[in-house]
Design a protein around this ligand. Structure first.
Ligand code: GYE
Length: 341
């Protein structure tokens, strides 16, 4: 009797094992349902700032604004624990394109950030970067390439900066018999140079301003001064000067002084950038107005790159928030003291 029972118990236990789902055989796993496939796929990597190796293509080091922009990227990378490979293109487009290609071929680099020297000519390297799986963010200056070739552009509305400058020049020349204005332009082919000029004419011409001279000063004090000196040798019939950045306006101020004219009085002067130097010039009474262009873009740019690495889709343009500052502002001294660049 007992033997038979023992035999039955053994038989029963053997049956139980058989009913349980078979442990996946090493090789021949049975065709599983959808649920089980997901279970086996490694979850998508969630990137953190520590996983970012950034190839940053800077234009060069042409002035106060550029210095603040570069510092923003270096300091913020350090704070966030991002590995930054900083490439100074020395204001040479061929060097900048070569640097871009270098980062495409660099297996460590997963994010490329571009401050483009010129607006045109980026389609091919952007296509190559995309094919190489690099996440590309455009900062500071917009480019002409197709938007699907980069994640987003973070930077200013240069046309609007130009419009603001034109509107302010109209106010400064209100009641003036003549409204001849000279324009010191940024480097040829760059989006700030193209767009600020366009925006300035849009509003300035509404009040009868005539741009009687316009030439590049390549964002520099020295060239801004040389160009203005050359114009002054030809004629002193100028009521306003529009410097597309602070440095070129500073050069014009020096040239006017040496020509015996009083800057900001005999000739009204407006610049774009609003760096510390512009506030000092306004406090010195040699500059009337400065239109802000924010260089501290790194936190927004790194945040966008991380979001894109983690699969987020971003708006194609994230514009900077900017103001206008006046020499006749009673709080100018305090405002200047509170500036970060
Ligand atoms: O206005 C100028 C710099 O790209 C917005 O470049 C920037 C411009 C800025 O050299 O000072």
């Amino acid at each position: 009797m007992f033997k038979k029972l023992a035999f039955l118990i053994v038989l029963a236990s053997m049956t139980l094992v058989a009913c349980q789902p078979a442990a996946p055989a090493a090789t021949a796993a049975p065709a599983a349902t959808e649920a089980s496939v997901v279970a086996t796929e490694a979850p998508a990597m969630v990137y953190t700032y520590a996983d970012m190796t950034v190839g940053f293509l800077q234009t060069g080091s042409e002035g106060g604004w550029r210095g603040a922009n570069s510092a923003s990227f270096k300091e913020t990378a350090e704070q966030l624990g991002i590995t930054l490979k900083f490439y100074d293109s020395q204001n040479d487009l061929a060097k900048q394109v070569a640097g871009f290609q270098q980062f495409i071929e660099d297996p460590e680099v997963n994010v490329i950030i571009l401050a483009a020297l010129e607006a045109a000519g980026w389609d091919q390297v952007l296509k190559d970067a995309k094919a190489a799986g690099k996440t590309v963010v455009i900062e500071d200056r917009r480019i002409d390439a197709s938007e699907d070739l980069y994640v987003t552009f973070i930077g200013s509305d240069f046309v609007e900066e130009g419009r603001k400058s034109g509107t302010e020049m109209c106010k400064l020349l209100e009641g003036s018999d003549k409204k001849n204005v000279w324009e010191l332009v940024g480097n040829v082919g760059s989006s700030p140079a193209i767009d600020r000029g366009k925006g300035f004419r849009e509003t300035a011409e509404k009040c009868g301003i005539v741009v009687t001279n316009s030439q590049t000063g390549n964002w520099s004090i020295v060239e801004g001064k040389q160009v203005t000196e050359a114009w002054l040798k030809e004629s002193k019939d100028v009521q306003g000067i529009f410097g597309q950045n602070d440095e070129m306006a500073f050069g014009a101020i020096e040239a006017l002084k040496e020509a015996g004219l009083v800057p900001a009085v005999d000739v009204k002067i407006i610049s774009v950038d609003a760096t510390a130097g512009a506030f000092q010039a306004m406090l010195d009474g040699t500059l009337n107005v400065t239109v802000e262009c924010n260089p501290l873009l790194a936190p927004q740019v790194y945040e966008a790159a991380l979001a894109a690495l983690n699969g987020e889709t971003l708006p194609k343009w994230i514009p900077s928030i900017e103001g206008v500052f006046y020499a006749d502002d009673p709080n100018l001294k305090d405002i200047a003291a509170g500036r970060q660049y």
